[in-house]
Design a protein around this ligand. Structure first.
Ligand SMILES: [Zn+2]
Ligand SMILES: [Zn+2]
Length: 341
């Protein structure tokens, strides 16, 4: 497929989409676009996360009586399934698009592949191996532990306001399901902005940002404290009247959905004519410029409200540079002020 119909390639070979990012249409009064927006929100990624959540509920999770007691048996089983699921999804994308390179660099933001850039910042000098090991042996166990604790709380009926069932509260639970991407964006924005404060960035979040050119395994490659803050998103379901299926859907958006921001390609070619939107661009820009786009797709556009939004345009680039320049000035003035006193 000809990617230059959808974007431009610079001299180095990096590809930029023609279409800039837009926040959710209802914030901008583009009410005629809401249908399309909701369709894109659901299909295919959220539908996939809901499908896997239901599969877990039916085939993976033990019965409620078993989950009333914490035990290694069902916890390890859940860990194994999570590892297998992440291996299949992330590994599948890695295999097709990064190892076999089935579409080479078409629709790829950064023309280089991480394996071409050995670096000392990574374990074994390899971004892929470092990211894989951190995801698998630190990230997935922390994710599973939080899931196990939440399911245990559900099985015992522990909740600030009480767990609700589908028969009596289906309308609320459907609404809550649609709100999950918004919960995700608000939670992620808050913890993400927090760990970009200088001290926490240096000691915690820099691990994730070692991957300037992210690939699938970068998604869950974090410091364990960041893993904990990130996956703690599902703890909101102890405060919001919720149901374990919606909680698991949210859990899969954070676990399996972390992939989307790190795919590295704007579109994945499925056939000669069909492509799959990755929704990677906003977070790709975050990995490129660091202090922009702390949230996600602009469903709750906190980045826009706080002045961090980068939509990929020249104007956004200029505004970002101006913000960085002003910040530098402020820091310089503070330093001079401090040494004068
Ligand atoms: Zn990232
Ligand atoms: Zn960051």
């Amino acid at each position: 497929m000809d990617d230059t119909l959808y974007g431009t390639r610079d001299k180095r070979g990096n590809w930029t989409p023609n279409e800039t990012l837009r926040i959710a249409p209802f914030w901008e009064g583009r009410f005629n676009k809401i249908g399309r927006f909701l369709f894109d929100l659901v299909w295919p990624w959220s539908a996939f996360h809901m499908a896997t959540a239901l599969l877990y509920w039916v085939f993976v999770l033990p019965d409620v009586a078993t989950m009333q007691t914490l035990s290694w048996g069902w916890a390890i089983w859940l860990l194994v399934v999570n590892m297998a699921g992440i291996f299949l999804l992330y590994g599948g994308i890695e295999l097709l698009f990064y190892i076999r390179r089935k579409q080479e660099t078409r629709f790829k933001f950064n023309h280089k592949f991480p394996s071409e850039n050995p670096s000392d910042v990574f374990w074994f000098k390899s971004q892929n191996l470092d990211n894989f090991l951190r995801s698998f042996f630190v990230g997935i166990p922390i994710w599973t532990l939080i899931e196990v604790l939440m399911l245990w709380a559900f099985a015992n009926g522990w909740h600030v306001f009480g767990w609700v069932n589908w028969e009596d509260n289906w309308l609320w639970l459907v609404a809550l399901t649609f709100l999950v991407p918004a919960i995700h964006e608000v939670h992620f924005f808050c913890i993400h902005r927090l760990i970009h404060s200088p001290f926490l960035y240096k000691h915690i979040h820099s691990v994730h940002h070692n991957s300037i050119n992210p690939s699938p395994w970068s998604s869950l490659s974090m410091h364990p404290i960041e893993h904990t803050l990130y996956f703690a998103e599902i703890v909101w379901h102890l405060i919001i009247p919720s149901n374990p299926i919606v909680m698991m859907f949210n859990s899969h958006i954070v676990g399996y959905g972390a992939l989307n921001g790190h795919i590295g390609f704007d579109k994945l070619e499925l056939t000669d004519e069909t492509t799959l939107d990755s929704h990677a661009y906003a977070h790709y820009l975050h990995h490129k410029y660091f202090e922009v786009n702390y949230g996600a797709d602009g469903i709750v556009p906190l980045d826009k409200w706080f002045g961090y939004w980068h939509d990929g345009s020249k104007e956004a680039e200029d505004a970002m540079k101006e913000r960085f320049r002003a910040k530098k000035e402020r820091m310089k003035a503070r330093k001079t002020g401090a040494s004068a006193t």
